[in-house]
Design a protein around this ligand. Structure first.
Ligand code: SF4
Length: 359
C-alpha cells in the first residue's frame, strides 16, 4: 500500500522554507514532483478480468520521488544528498528534462514546461544540462571528440559549419582540455579527461545550470579536486548554477550554498550549507553527518544508521524514516511529517519539530 503523503496545501506552505535565498526567480523549480516507475494505466477490461481471477495482479510500482519541491536560483549551488536509492538521481534527471514527472510541475525561469510551445520548451531544456557519473559510458565511443562536443551546438544553431571547429576548441579550452586532441576518440583519454569532454559537451549548448550526478565519484581523489575546481571556475566565469548530486558530504560541504537531504523519495531537510552542518534538525540528517570521518575529532568508531533503507516498492507509511529512527513515536507510523520552516531558509520534516527543539 502506498504511504500517506502530506496534503498539497501543506506542501505548498512548506515551500518558503525550502526555497533558498530570496530574490531572483528560480532558474529551475520543481513543484510537488513525483515519479513512479512500473505504473500502467488500468483499463476497465483488465480490472474486470482481474476481479474474475482471469488476469494477473498489476506489477509493483516503484515510488522513486514523492511530492518534492525544489528551487535552484541563478548562480546557486544546491547539493542533493541521501543514501543510494533515495531518488536523488531520478530527481536530477527530472530537473534536467530527461525524465517527465508522473505528477507535479517543472518550471524553467518561472514558466511551466507544459505551457510552452515546442521551440520555447527546447530552449528551456537546453538551459539545463547534465554531467554524468560515468565519463566513458556517457560518451559515444565511435565519435571523435570534435563531433561529440560540436554536434548539439550545430544542431541548435549555436555554431555554423564554418565556425564549428573554433567553437569546439573554445569549449574544450573552457573545460581545461587541449583542443589539439579533439580528433581523438574517447577511449584515448583518461577518466578525468573524459569527464572534461562531458563538461565541454554540456557547455557547448550554453546552459545556465548543470546537474552533476555523482560527477566526480568515479575519479581519483587528485582528479576529483581538479574537476571540482573547474566547476567553481565555470560558476565564476559563466554564472552557472548547479544541482550537485553526491553521497560525499565532504564535497557537498566544500562546494554548495544550500543542501537538500532526501530520504526514500522525499525531502526531509533543506538549509544553507553552514546551518545544516552546524545544526542539523532532522534525525536522518544527524545520523548521516555522524558518519563523516573528521580528522579534527579523530573518532575511532562511527555510528552507522541502523537498518537498511526500505524498498521504494513499499515505502513505510507515515514518516518513511520511522523504522530506523531512534526518536520514533506512535504518530510517526501513520502521519507523514510536513516539511516546515524551523529557521530562516531552514526547513525540516519531523514531528519532533512540532514541539520545539529536538532532544
Ligand atoms: Fe523520527 Fe518521527 Fe521525526 Fe520521522 S517524524 S524523523 S520517525 S521523530
Amino acid at each position: 500500500m502506498r504511504a500517506a503523503r502530506p496534503p498539497e496545501d501543506a506542501r505548498a506552505a512548506a515551500r518558503p522554507g525550502d526555497d533558498g535565498p530570496a530574490g531572483a526567480t528560480p532558474l529551475v523549480e520543481l513543484r510537488g514532483v513525483s515519479r513512479r516507475f512500473g505504473e500502467r494505466p488500468d483499463g476497465w477490461l483488465e480490472r474486470g478480468l482481474r476481479r474474475l481471477g482471469l488476469a494477473q495482479q498489476p506489477p509493483a510500482v516503484t515510488h522513486a520521488v514523492d511530492g518534492v519541491d525544489l528551487a535552484v536560483r541563478p548562480g546557486e549551488v544546491v547539493g542533493l544528498v541521501g543514501e543510494s536509492g533515495c531518488g536523488k538521481s531520478t530527481l536530477g534527471r527530472i530537473a534536467a528534462g530527461l525524465l517527465p514527472p508522473s505528477d507535479g510541475e517543472v518550471l524553467v525561469d518561472g514558466r511551466p514546461l507544459d505551457a510552452l510551445g515546442p521551440r520555447e520548451r527546447l530552449a528551456a531544456r537546453l538551459k539545463v544540462q547534465m554531467v554524468f557519473q560515468d565519463p566513458f559510458g556517457s560518451l559515444n565511443p565511435r565519435l571523435r571528440v570534435a563531433r561529440i562536443v560540436g554536434e548539439a551546438a550545430r544542431l541548435h544553431g549555436l555554431a555554423d559549419a564554418a565556425g564549428e571547429d573554433d567553437y569546439v576548441c573554445a569549449q574544450l579550452e573552457r573545460a581545461g582540455l587541449d583542443p589539439s586532441l579533439r580528433h581523438r576518440y574517447p577511449h584515448q583519454f583518461s577518466g578525468g579527461q573524459r569527464q572534461r569532454i562531458g563538461i565541454a559537451r554540456a557547455l557547448a549548448v550554453q546552459p545556465a545550470m548543470l546537474v552533476c550526478d555523482e560527477a566526480v565519484a568515479a575519479l581519483d581523489v587528485s582528479i576529483q579536486a581538479q574537476i571540482l575546481n573547474l566547476f567553481m571556475d565555470l560558476r565564476d566565469q559563466l554564472g552557472l548554477a548547479y544541482l550537485f548530486i553526491s553521497h560525499d558530504l565532504g564535497v557537498i560541504e566544500h562546494l554548495c550554498d544550500r543542501v537538500v537531504v532526501m530520504y526514500l523519495g522525499r525531502v526531509v531537510e533543506s538549509a544553507p550549507v553552514d546551518a545544516l552542518f552546524a545544526g542539523p534538525r532532522h534525525p536522518y540528517t544527524r545520523a548521516l553527518l555522524q558518519e563523516i570521518p573528521r580528522i579534527a575529532t579523530r573518532r575511532a568508531h562511527f555510528t552507522p544508521i541502523r537498518g537498511e533503507i526500505p524498498s521504494p516498492l513499499a515505502p513505510p507509511p507515515g514518516c518513511h524514516f520511522h523504522p530506523r529512527c531512534p526518536h520514533a513515536m506512535p504518530r510517526c507510523r501513520t502521519e507523514a511529517p510536513v516539511l516546515r520552516g524551523v529557521a530562516p531558509q531552514h526547513a525540516s520534516a519531523c514531528h519532533l519539530d512540532d514541539g520545539g527543539a529536538l532532544p
